[in-house]
Design a protein around this ligand. Sequence first.
Ligand code: IPD
Ligand code: CA
Length: 265
Amino acid sequence: MRDPILNIAVKAARAAGNVIIRALDRPDTIQVSQKKPNDYVTDIDRQAEQEIIAIIRKAHPQHGIIGEESGETIGKEYTWIIDPIDGTRNFIHGFPQFAVSIGIRYRGKIEHGVIYDPLRQELFTASRGKGARLNDKRIRVSTRTQLEDCLFATGFTSRHSAPHLTAYLDMMKTMIPLCGDIRRPGAATLDLAYVACGRLDGFWEKGLKIWDIAAGILLIKEAGGLVFDMDGGDNYLESGDIITGNPKIVKLLLKKIKPHFSSVL
Ligand code: IPD
Ligand code: CA
């Protein structure tokens, strides 16, 4: 039985998914605008976020909301953390890898999370202490223990500084020969959901936002995985820097990746 508040999140994520799917029928009408250099938003991101907020507000008018597109509204005890389309660049290009993500924070802790892939109709859900699920079936992280057997994902952006980019490329020089393979799918929320269900053995990225990771982190923890920041600490929600994977592999990842970033912000 799903917690009632998680049911609201699922309803909101599915409603946003419908907005996204309807827009894909008429891709020529999607309006794209630039927020910052290499950071885009579409009218569909905004519509999907408004759809989510309307459903939350109806059920829980007092709760706080942090939305990627509409900013922060302070509320009482609960805060809903929303990414209406994670993978906006993919969405704009019709590259089929994007998702809706909703995390619910209560007194500083993420209690519930939903990630919904509207194209594949895959619904990832988790509630703290109650496990993680894909379309209502329990999921677990993978059990692989050797880097050379593993499939990983990562992310990067041209918004990063030059020293960061150099550190990133050096890190990839270390990682590529060691790993089975590495992907850059372009939607961090799905990268995290795929770690939770064992499709990926691990994932790392620097400089993510809270709406990219709030729901996914809970999914991974509830699926038996571990999450660290790039120093091996637990400051990932604040820093947006994340290394995650199954318990064995994440420690190996940390050992290899951490030295590359220790000198850059
Ligand atoms: C982006 C995606 C991407 C990640 C970026 C995020 P957006 O989110 O998750 O995979 O590499 O750092 O900003 O902008 O598409 O919602
Ligand atoms: Ca995002």
